[in-house]
Design a protein. Structure first.
Length: 475
């Protein structure tokens, strides 16, 4: 049988990192097996629906490369792929489940249901409407609102096998006779996902561990309809720390958040894949194609994973290092635009200096704004213990640096380098004494991407000499 997996998010605002990981694993598993990956929008919870969320889901999955074979906006043979467009199907199957004894009509009022709560506010339905006669049901349906509830056995155990967590068993007495079809005719998640997974031919259901204990109630429905159960693969949670799950309340938790902060997109996906899964080959940096090649269920952990933004930041930097200067400038352009140097300098030359010095694109402005911001600085910056430089050394060296650079005709990397090295040899000092002092003098910074040669070339002869003049005058 051809493998078919699905990702079924609710459009409630943004696509959480945990949700994207579920989608990614579904994608990787299906592609590794030569199967199909399906996107289904579960929008039956109208109270939590947020306008624009569906588009966020589409955009995130396309942008991240976790692209589906079937879905609302690409079509397929099993549509509609939006639950609200399948409303009549759910009513039909809910009524059929009633006939099969797996569900029943419930006419209980909110007041009666509230009366079933114990002193701690816990609620469990008492099957009050289970024994209503067909005649009474038909008569009351004409005038009273009703729901359809699942008929869970009072005794026994629901057992199944999960490919990550092994054999799972839950006592039926601990499972609620939950609502399957609401009074407005819309299904609950617990019902719709079973109907849709079966009708869409989903073979493997991949989701979080929060569904481990509720899966037996889904299996009751599969069994009542006489349908084959899917294979279950539950994933460990992603934690912000040892006690708190990663969520919007506990910091950045969406793909879009990290893209906006300047993380390389491939690095985000790469890192998410490693949250709960380890390849046998012990590789860390992998493209989506490589992730597909190496992915296996054996590598999925049973333990929660702690989200380490420092690790993802490092991985982003590794991707940046491998970019050509042209790709770096293209992909970081919006961050260059936020700097004060955009449109004033050769960005390709700047890229050559930055690629090994930034891990996320948002670091760019603060690292290069000094090219346009040259203000007074503390002469203590000239001090460097290893280079044996200080303000006095700078006072002696800088006028000579200005003099030799002033007479330089070929203002390029080699010309600047050779000129300064000639000066070093002529003065009989350490290279660092000339280079460190000159770099501080033209940047006013303790550290910069690139040394004096590269920065002087980017600044140009006129600006370099102007800055040298100013710095010399302040000594």
């Amino acid at each position: 049988m051809k493998v078919r997996t699905r990702f079924a998010p609710s459009p409630t605002g943004y696509l959480h990192i945990g949700g994207l990981r579920t989608a990614l694993y579904g994608y990787l598993f299906a592609k590794k097996q030569g199967g199909d990956f399906v996107l289904r929008i579960e929008d039956t919870d109208t109270a939590r629906y947020v306008d624009g969320s569906v588009q966020i889901i589409y955009d995130t999955m396309r942008d991240s490369g976790v692209m589906y074979d079937e879905g609302p906006d690409v079509g397929g043979n099993y549509g509609p792929y939006v639950q609200s467009e399948r409303k009549n199907l759910y009513k039909e199957y809910a009524e059929k489940l009633v006939e099969l004894g797996g569900a029943y009509y419930c006419f209980c009022t909110p007041d009666r249901l509230n009366g079933l709560k114990d002193e701690n506010g816990n609620f469990k339905y008492d099957k009050h409407c289970l024994k209503l006669s067909k005649e009474e049901i038909e008569e009351r349906k004409k005038t009273e609102p009703y729901v359809i509830r699942q008929n869970v056995p009072l005794e026994g155990t629901g057992s199944y096998h999960d490919l990550v967590y092994g054999d799972i068993s839950v006592d039926y007495k601990d499972i609620e006779d939950g609502i399957l079809l609401k009074s407005d005719g819309m299904p609950t998640y617990n019902f719709a996902n079973v109907i849709d997974d079966h009708l869409m031919g989903i073979t493997h259901v991949i989701r979080g561990t929060e569904y481990l204990s509720s899966t037996p109630k889904y299996n009751l429905m599969y069994d009542a309809f006489g349908w084959e159960r899917p294979v279950y693969i539950h994933l460990p949670p992603i934690m912000k720390d040892e006690r708190h799950k990663l969520s919007k309340r506990n910091g950045d938790a969406s793909y879009a958040d990290f893209v906006e902060k300047g993380y390389v997109k491939e690095a985000i996906v790469n890192y998410i894949a490693l949250l709960g899964w380890s390849p046998k080959e012990n590789i860390e940096k992998m493209s989506l194609a490589e992730l597909t090649e190496h992915f296996s269920l054996e590598g999925i952990s049973k333990s929660p994973s702690i989200f380490d933004e420092v690790k993802m930041r490092w991985l982003s930097g590794e991707y940046i290092k491998e970019m050509s200067n042209e790709e770096f400038v293209s992909r970081a352009e919006e961050f260059f635009k936020k700097s004060k140097v955009y449109g004033k300098y050769d960005l390709l030359k700047i890229a050559e200096l930055l690629k090994t010095r930034v891990e996320i694109f948002s670091e760019i402005p603060e690292k290069i704004n000094f090219l346009e911001e040259f203000t007074d600085f503390d002469n203590a910056l000239y001090f460097h213990k290893k280079m044996k430089t200080d303000e006095q050394v700078a006072k002696e060296v800088l006028p000579k640096v200005k003099e030799v650079l002033e007479s330089l005709d070929s203002w390029n990397h080699d010309g600047i380098h050779d000129t300064l090295m000639d000066l070093v040899n002529k003065l009989g000092v350490k290279t660092g004494q000339v280079f460190w002092c000159a770099r501080v003098a033209i940047t006013g910074k303790e550290s910069t991407p690139g040394g004096v040669i590269e920065l002087a070339e980017i600044l140009g002869k006129e600006e370099t000499l102007r800055r040298l003049d100013l710095s010399i005058s302040r000594l």
